[in-house]
Design a protein around this ligand. Structure first.
Ligand code: COA
Length: 325
């Protein structure tokens, strides 16, 4: 029976690499500290003139081509981002224009690093209800535009990139289940303090660096392991599966120690976890989007496999989807 599934995938990474050695010249850190504490070796940096929409357009074009569709075939564009080109209009509208998806409605969602998982979940509802046929879901982030390059506890973690998928009616690669959740009591743990209606931009907010992301790393770490394992478990159970039935877990690439702890909680061996954190760091909503596209391209997913995408992020938000490939 046909139901919502993945029709096409694509991802885009800016070519400029920033290595841990490069960061040693900016802040008091070391390649050894970053590698052992986070698993990150390098990250990509988008050009100064590029915004999230420019990154998203590249991934979107590849996903549309991969699905053998034309931009006019897209009915809806959902962009997951916390680094949109501006507060409004939505980045999805800018992308709609740039790719010529003239028949598409478009909106952004902000579920931070869980955004791509939330986006797929929303797209599934529209496809299964019959309202839309082809939905473009994009995770696009220029995280380095929010990073304080003098704060060693955060600047080593993030990078830029984008990934996209087309969700439509399909006989394979079906979205078997989903689970999304939130714990708003953790909303202070990872945030961009100023620039919104609470603290609009002033000379003081700039001087006090309130337009850069702030994070309580240790607290986020502890909660991340719990909520990712819980979310994955819930989606896997909803799909009528056991953790041992999962062939590949594709987690949000936040910190290798978090990911290995989640895998351990789920009883999954390391070889069943897709990791690309070493190359890209944390790209927020783009992390799972890029990882899914790369896992597919690299032949890590075979027909019949059960794939679980799981993420957590600022909010705190968390979620997982199971895809039967
Ligand atoms: N280089 C060298 N030392 C650093 C450093 C860096 N880049 N960043 C922090 N340190 C220092 C700290 O100042 C501290 O020094 P002190 O003991 O003298 O005070 C020491 O390293 C340990 O800091 P701590 O924060 O306890 O390290 P940690 O092992 O918890 O690792 C994170 C820090 C940020 C890597 C880790 O907490 C983390 O990954 N948290 C989750 C973040 C995350 O995933 N965010 C995204 C959510 S989507």
């Amino acid at each position: 029976m046909e139901q919502a599934g993945i029709l096409g995938l694509g991802c885009y990474l800016p070519s400029r690499k920033m290595t841990n050695k490069d960061l040693e010249k900016l802040v008091d850190t070391s390649d050894e500290w970053i590698m052992t504490r986070t698993g990150i070796k390098e990250r990509r940096i988008a050009p100064k003139e590029s915004a999230a929409s420019d990154l998203g357009v590249e991934a979107a074009k590849l996903a549309i081509k991969d699905a053998r569709l034309k931009p006019e075939d897209i009915d809806l564009i959902i962009v997951a981002t916390v680094t949109g080109d501006m507060a409004f209009p939505s980045t999805s509208c800018i992308i709609q224009d740039k790719i010529g998806a003239i028949n598409a409605a478009a909106f952004d969602i902000n579920a931070a690093c869980s955004g791509f998982v939330f986006g797929i979940t929303i797209a599934k509802q529209f496809v299964d209800s019959g309202l839309y046929k082809n939905i473009l879901v994009i995770g696009a982030e220029k995280m380095t535009s929010l990073v304080d390059w003098t704060d060693r506890s955060t600047c080593v973690l993030f990078g830029d990139g984008s990934g996209a998928c087309i969700v439509g009616k399909s006989k394979d690669r079906q979205i078997a289940s989903y689970f999304i959740g939130c714990d708003g009591s953790g909303s202070n743990l990872l945030r961009l303090p100023a620039g919104g209606s609470r603290i609009p931009a002033t000379e003081d907010t700039v001087k006090n660096k309130l337009h850069f992301l702030k994070m309580e790393g240790n607290e986020v770490f502890k909660l991340a392991v719990k909520v990712m394992a819980d979310a994955a478990n819930k989606a896997i159970t909803k799909a009528g599966l056991l953790c041992s039935d999962i062939n590949l877990l594709i987690p949000h690439q936040a910190n290798i120690r978090i990911l290995l702890a989640v895998a351990k909680k789920l009883g999954l061996p390391e070889e069943k976890i897709f990791l690309n954190i070493e190359k890209y760091g944390n790209m927020s909503s783009a992390s799972t989007a890029v990882a899914l596209a790369e896992a597919n391209k690299d032949g890590r997913i075979k027909k019949g496999d059960n794939v679980c995408l799981v993420a957590f992020g600022s909010g705190l938000t968390y979620g997982a989807v199971v895809i039967k490939w």
